[in-house]
Design a protein around this ligand. Structure first.
Ligand code: ADP
Ligand code: MG
Ligand code: MG
Ligand code: MG
Length: 384
């Protein structure tokens, strides 16, 4: 039996353990943040939240997760399927690879995990018990609350950015009331809208892919929050890929085509999500919200459809604001993305980052002004 540590995340250890009958992955929490060290303690209980989230997501959509084998709360470790030949989506995007099922897989995954854990579907006593369980994931929520919504906008000690090239736009955020209010409005939604069980950290480093398969890992930030947070996180990371990709090789035509594929993927994730959510709304609406006896049962199916569209409109607005916040924090906050960090020349990196920052700001400040997801693609193209 051999074990090697392969973790490249910010928080935990991940081992591939191989024996004569095959290999598994063992993920173990440390009592501190891996990225920072033991000066930043973090409870081991995050493994418990991750396991509980994995179990619930697997009940919704098992094909998009690793198989789950074992949870050991004492050692804060999870034993799961070793995904191979899967690679981390972020690395594949940096390499310029396209995945033609990605948007379909992720749109359906998001609709199923979010709808089925909401008051549209889940029995209310079960949802409340689950909300109580995940409400204790205080430390990981606090990381998002501080690092995503607040620290990028003041002189927080762990902030960093490409200096001095990005100084001007990075420092400008601190005096930019509109963007600070936008970020705090999104924080208010984050802390107060308990719509569904979120993954909580759904960036392109939490997705593993092959040409045909898509798996979602690492839901340790799970809690009951606004649906738009997961969707916004994912498309934010596609926009970060978009603004970085011209520094990752290929000729001009290839780069343009790849950029368009990234934008199209963001568009399709939203449209597949909205379509799948609408199907679930029609077929699995068994919760306390929009009961059929108010609508379909009395011949008012149209009324329920109005409700669906109004709800999706509100989620869409959240998606835009959360995407903006997620973009900004990856450029001027503590945790950055390899898409940008791997651009060696700071002048060229800062050019990419400045464009992405402009997009992030625009999404935060003007989130109510977009009619549809295609408007986000137009904005991205106009900045690049
Ligand atoms: P962290 O919480 O520290 O971010 P992750 O769960 O994201 O940890 O895992 C870190 C890395 O370990 C991933 O980027 C991936 O390379 C690898 N990894 C995690 N889970 C698996 C798995 N089930 N199969 C294969 N590799 C995995
Ligand atoms: Mg991770
Ligand atoms: Mg990570
Ligand atoms: Mg993690």
């Amino acid at each position: 039996m051999t074990a090697r540590e392969v973790g490249d995340g910010n928080l935990n250890l991940v081992f591939i353990v191989e024996g004569p009958r095959g290999a598994v992955v063992v993920k173990q929490a440390l009592p501190y943040v891996r990225l920072v060290g033991d000066s930043w303690p973090l409870p081991l209980k995050r493994a418990y939240f991750e396991w509980n989230a994995l179990v619930r997501q697997a009940a919704c959509q098992p094909r998009r997760l690793p198989h789950l084998f074992h949870f050991d709360p004492v050692n804060a470790l999870i034993v799961m399927e070793y995904l191979t030949p899967h690679v981390i989506l972020r690395k594949a995007l940096i390499a310029g690879r396209q995945f033609h099922n990605l948007a379909e897989h992720m749109g359906v995954f998001l609709a199923q995990t979010l709808f089925r854990s909401s008051d549209f579907c889940m029995e209310t006593s079960k949802k409340k018990a689950d909300m109580a369980l995940f409400a204790d994931n205080v430390s990981l929520c606090a990381i998002s609350e501080n690092l995503v919504f607040t620290e990028p906008y003041f002189d927080a000690p762990l902030n960093r950015w490409t200096r001095p090239q990005l100084d001007r736009p990075a420092l400008a955020l601190r005096a930019d009331s509109a963007v600070k209010v936008g970020a705090q409005e999104m924080l208010y939604r984050f802390t107060s809208k308990s719509e569904a069980l979120l993954h909580g950290d759904l960036h392109t480093g939490s997705i593993m892919v092959t040409p045909d398969d898509t798996r979602v890992i690492d839901p340790e930030f799970a809690f009951y929050g606004p649906m738009g947070f997961d969707i916004g996180a994912l498309i934010a990371n596609l926009y970060l890929a978009y603004f970085s990709q011209e520094e990752h090789g290929g000729d001009r035509d290839e780069r343009l085509a790849y950029g368009e594929w990234l934008l199209e993927t963001a568009e399709n994730i939203w449209s597949v999500f909205a379509e799948s959510f609408a199907r679930l709304w029609r077929e699995e609406r068994t919760g306390i919200l929009y009961p059929r006896r108010l609508f379909e049962d009395v011949g008012d199916a149209a009324g329920a459809t109005v409700g669906l569209h109004r709800f999706l409109g509100a989620v869409f607005e959240d998606v835009i604001g959360f995407a903006g916040a997620k973009i900004v924090r990856r450029l001027v906050g503590l945790a950055h993305v390899e898409d940008m960090e791997s651009i060696a020349d700071p002048e060229r990196r800062a050019l990419c980052e400045a464009r992405a920052l402009l997009m992030g700001r625009e999404l935060l400040v003007n989130r109510t002004t977009f009619n549809d997801i295609y408007g986000l693609s137009c904005l991205a193209r106009s900045i690049r």
